[in-house]
Design a protein around this ligand. Sequence first.
Ligand SMILES: [Zn+2]
Length: 363
Amino acid sequence: MTILQTLTDFSNRYGADPDLVLAGGGNTSAKDGNVLYIKGSGTALATITADGFVAMDRRRLDGMWDKTYPEADDAREAAALADLMAAKRPGEENKRPSVETLLHALFPQRYVLHLHPAAVNGLTCAVDGKAWAHRLFAHTVWIDACKPGYVLAKRCRACMEAYKAETGHDAQVLLLQNHGVFFAADDPQTLDDLLADMLDTLRTQYRERPDFTSAAAEDAQLGARLAALYGGVYRFNGSAEAVRFSDSPSSMAPLMKPFTPDHIVYCKAFPLYLRAGDDAEKAFAAYRAAYGFAPKLCYVQHGGFYALGETDKQAATTALLALDAVKIAVYSRAFGGALPQSDALTDFIVNWEVEAYRARKAE
Ligand SMILES: [Zn+2]
């Protein structure tokens, strides 16, 4: 089997597991000599074919570390993106490499697997996540939350170099605060083992599991009103856990801000919360006036949530990511409680063109 076939194979396998990959989240790569094959932006791991990977020139990617990029966010990311696009091999002009390509290129190992599973983000999105990560996973590199793109890759590079200087080994596992996890190995079996070890350890810590049995009935009239306000359709979720969170503004607190960029891409940065007796039309209009966009997720006091979208597929994806946030909020209780993304980071991502591209491709 060629390296590209092996990569396609394990990408499809991980991508088909909803506990590991939701929507377009996660990405994979493989190295073959001077070529790095990386998942194309907007493709899904579950269905990606060999053609969905973008062939990149590793020397040109490495050369990006010799450059000095502008300090200003927009100028820096535009320049880094231009260099990333220029590092594509001939024949790849119509493809767009994952925004996390530079991170994959940092690992010397042949295969890299990057995921955002709720089971792992229960740790990375927790108040005491860092301390617990060091306690549970001694050979793991922890990366504090920071701006995605070039800044994140640069921080990871510095942390991986420090790890190697200290231990004499290349980092195999990176835990990214408010984001997810990277595994690197020279064969797919080792990736499987690293992932299984981490999930097994975390499961022993998670005594509370989210309860997704049904607890609230759908209010079809409210759903139709919200869908009309959005200009699309809705998906309802009245699971016991979603209803528990919706009970009061204080119980909603862990879900009023996004945990990771995925939640912003698919659910918008904030949900609309309707208390009993609130006028849905007025609240919707107030939300739109405050943020400049319509909500994609509406929590209703004692009533669970309504996920909105222009199409049923979009609404279903929003619902999936909303439940992902619920899982993270519950799991994070094992590690000191929920830690959402900082407001500064959320602002950056909301305004970032690359994530906007991801959201458009996902629709
Ligand atoms: Zn990621």
